[in-house]
Design a binder for this molecule. Structure first.
Ligand SMILES: [Zn+2]
Length: 451
């Protein structure tokens, strides 16, 4: 690294993420790119890889697969482009360039962005609204398959061999996110990829990936008080024991089929009428629904003398004519009482929000659209940059008054990104702030005072 670059890096790193403007976050991201490996040698390699990383990120951030093509056309026609003014790119890289340069970059180079932003949000008090039962933050774990193909594959693909001799290649990732009941914002943390592990014959699985994540990151986050949320797949003794050892609380879906012993005990207690119950009538605005909470503490999670004791609760919601509208049960390490059962169930259910609203699954982030799959890390890195773009969007919704105002005044998230796509295609803005101000004027809103 050249001396001037070293100084520039120090300046960038000194700029701690306490101010969450778009520009500041992009600069922080650039400081991480300094350390990206570059397989080429010679001058200007640093800028090339920086442009490649910022270029891929810009496509996810703007939700526009054609962003770079449009900016390239603008650069040629006007001598300036939004790729340069908004994202600080020196040159607009081709898709081929991006693919080739980024394939060697392991996604862990980007991971510090997630903890830096999280820590900054915490330091500035913005995580307080996410606090839930016991004052904890809820961290929902969920596995997402984000790629599947019968032909395209890389060395990190998981694979399933079919009886007819064909193979399906796929990629799955565990994406832990901070969620809160009644809050539509989701803060993604570092992802953990499900991938063939060195020295392991068995295929990797979601459960093992969650364990790796917990071992690596629980020490970083546990001081804040974390409740892990997960589906029935996570409600297994080794994972629960690990969570407790690593200082995490948990509220996990606990189904009868996979917890036979626990449910046998429940039946016995039920027969003895030892089950505790809380019933509540709830007005939905149209009709009265009845929530019946049942709970019991200290039940064995599995068979055997060493079985972990967990506390169990259930919610059944019925309509006035007795029809079951909702039924789910959870195991937790929190001691359940009549006073807290409602909150514990509410927290456990918050995970569904992630499954239903998971932006990566439902909102059409354009993964791999431009760049293909790569041979080494490309697929991982693009997923990570995509998550990072999602994180930027969440942070801007929390911190950027102008962004918030525009989002609140446009009917959908899709409208917002359609507008960004069109605006950045046809007009040049010398800064992010200038673009938002232009939109606010166009919507005939008052520009918030951000001084
Ligand atoms: Zn692959």
């Amino acid at each position: 690294m050249r001396c001037s670059e070293e100084i520039e890096k120090k300046i960038l790193l000194k700029r701690k993420l306490t101010e969450f403007s778009f520009d500041n976050m992009v600069k922080h991201f650039r400081s991480l790119i300094f350390d990206f490996p570059d397989k080429r040698t010679g001058s200007n390699t640093r800028y090339a890889i920086e442009d490649a990383a910022l270029g891929a990120f810009s496509v996810f951030f703007t939700q526009s697969p054609s962003f770079l093509a449009f900016q390239d056309a603008m650069q040629k026609a006007k001598g300036e482009s939004n790729a340069q003014s908004l994202f600080g790119m020196q040159k607009i890289p081709s898709d081929n360039h991006i693919r080739n340069l980024l394939d060697v970059v392991h996604p862990s180079y980007v991971f510090p962005m997630f903890s830096n932003i999280f820590n900054g949000l915490n330091a500035s008090g913005h995580l307080n609204v996410f606090r839930s039962f016991n004052g904890n933050l809820l961290c929902a774990f969920d596995g997402t398959q984000y790629f599947s193909s019968k032909t395209i594959h890389c060395k990190n693909c998981s694979k399933k061999e079919h009886k007819n001799g064909t193979t399906t290649y796929f990629h799955t990732v565990v994406t832990p996110v901070i969620v809160a009941p009644g809050n539509n914002k989701v803060i993604p943390l570092q992802p953990e990829f499900i991938t063939p592990q060195d020295g392991h014959k068995k295929q990797d699985c979601e459960n093992a990936a969650a364990k790796r994540w917990i071992r690596q990151y629980a020490p970083m986050y546990k001081e804040l008080g974390i409740t892990a949320l997960g589906d029935d797949l996570y409600c297994k003794q080794p994972l629960c024991v690990l969570m407790l050892e690593e200082g995490l609380d948990f509220i996990l879906v606990c189904k009868p089929d996979s917890h036979k012993i626990l449910y046998e005990w429940l039946e016995e207690f039920e027969a003895m009428q030892a089950m505790q119950t809380v019933t509540e009538k709830r007005w939905t605005g149209k009709t009265h629904e009845i929530d019946t909470y049942r709970f019991l503490n200290q039940l064995p999670l599995r068979d055997g003398d060493d079985a972990l004791e967990v506390n169990w609760c259930e919610l059944i919601t019925t309509s006035p004519d007795g029809k079951i509208l909702y039924k789910n049960a959870f195991a937790t390490n929190f001691k359940i009482s009549k006073n807290n059962v409602k909150e514990i169930v509410r927290d456990g259910r918050t995970r569904w929000k992630v499954e239903n609203e998971n932006t990566l699954k439902t909102k059409g982030y354009h993964l791999e659209h431009n760049y293909g799959h790569g041979k080494k890390h490309l697929s991982y890195l693009l997923l990570t940059l995509n998550l990072l773009a999602f994180l930027f969007h969440t942070v801007l919704e929390i911190m950027d008054d102008k962004y918030k105002l525009i989002r609140d005044n446009l009917p959908t998230r899709q409208t917002f990104f359609d507008d960004i796509r069109a605006l950045t295609r046809y007009s040049y803005f010398d800064s992010w702030d200038a673009m938002l101000t232009f939109m606010i004027h166009g919507l005939e809103l008052d520009v918030p005072d951000t001084s």
